[in-house]
Design a protein around this ligand. Structure first.
Ligand code: GLY
Length: 315
């Protein structure tokens, strides 16, 4: 038997001041949703899916409703889920008009022999499995529109993305271990503001945007996708952990390496099969929360670690 734990993130980058409180609330809510699944004996896969679903439905976050926009104002989303017991995964990339890409990713994992479906093929599969289309407008938030205008004015090089104060929020994700010791991760994103139509980031790519292996642990990444791709961030952390490095040291080192080698920034949540559970980020902020043994920890700013009961009179 293992002690169930769930960690969620609501994305790295600047996180503008007006999104700090909603990001706190949203990540806490998602951690509670995932923990409720684990606490009632549910699987790590179901817990990460439940947590990511909450984050996708909250317009605060860059995933599902609230996804940031392509250069032509469209919504194109990526999501993935992975089972650390079997190493099976399902991902979708560049999907349109789907409220919860994480549910579609789970269907890819459960009902196909494939790891990743993209674009029109992913949308066709959504129809086949009965996931209904939603209008693009229903996925667009005021914040996403504001951010697109900002990036159109100032450009979208990596430097610009990370140096514009007051804009920038990213990807959501979750990692969990259940009472059976099974581990999973799930990630979902609208990508980066002002991206070219058809651009796919790190998130749905196994090893780059995340990984889960019962024998080692799980990682979900957030941050600049092209940088995360280049250093294969999640698998770099898993490889270090396989060699006995702690989750915290592996994550800190991998993010420092990404900054040094490709001038890229981001954040990770990491769970070890040995019970480690940590967060690390090199951006100004990252919204995160984790729940274990009835206690919820959460933070947004560097060094912050606030606690409260998972269940209290206000939720
Ligand atoms: N990390 C999300 C993306 O770059 O698409």
């Amino acid at each position: 038997m293992a002690t169930p734990v769930i960690i969620v993130h609501g994305g790295a980058w600047t996180i503008p001041d007006n999104l700090v409180q909603p990001s706190r609330d949203g990540t806490k809510c998602a951690a509670r949703a995932g923990y409720a699944v684990l606490d009632s004996g549910g699987s790590a896969l179901d817990a990460v899916q439940a947590a990511v679903l909450e984050l996708e439905n909250d317009p605060t976050f860059d995933a599902g409703t609230g996804s940031v926009l392509t250069a032509n104002g469209d919504v194109e989303m990526d999501a993935v889920i992975m089972d650390g017991k079997t190493l099976k995964s399902g991902g979708v990339a560049c999907v349109h008009n789907i409220q919860n890409p994480i549910n579609l990713a789970r269907e890819v994992m459960e009902k196909t022999d494939h790891c990743l479906l993209v674009g029109p093929g992913a949308n066709l599969f959504a129809e086949e499995v009965g996931i209904k289309k939603v209008p693009t407008e229903s996925l667009v938030s005021d914040e996403a529109l504001r951010e697109l205008e900002c990036y159109k004015v100032y450009g979208n090089t990596v430097d610009d993305l990370f140096r514009q104060r007051g804009t920038g929020h990213d990807t959501v994700g979750a990692v969990a271990i259940d009472s059976q010791g099974n581990i999973a991760f799930g990630t979902s994103t609208g990508g980066i503001s002002c991206k070219k139509p058809g651009r796919v980031g790190d998130s749905p790519i196994i090893g780059a945007g995340g990984y889960a292996d019962n024998e080692v642990g799980a990682v979900s990444c957030t941050g600049h996708g092209e940088s995360i791709f280049k250093v294969v961030l999640a698998y770099q952390i898993i490889t270090q952990m396989k060699m006995g490095v702690s989750a915290q040291e592996a994550a800190d080192k991998a993010l420092a390496n990404m900054a040094k080698r490709v001038h890229g920034f981001g954040g990770v949540i990491v769970l070890g099969s040995n019970g480690d559970h940590i967060t690390s980020f090199t951006t100004e902020r990252m919204a995160w929360a984790w729940a274990k043994e009835g206690v919820l920890h959460h933070g947004v700013n560097p060094g912050e670690d606030l606690t409260e009961p998972v269940i209290n009179e206000n939720n």
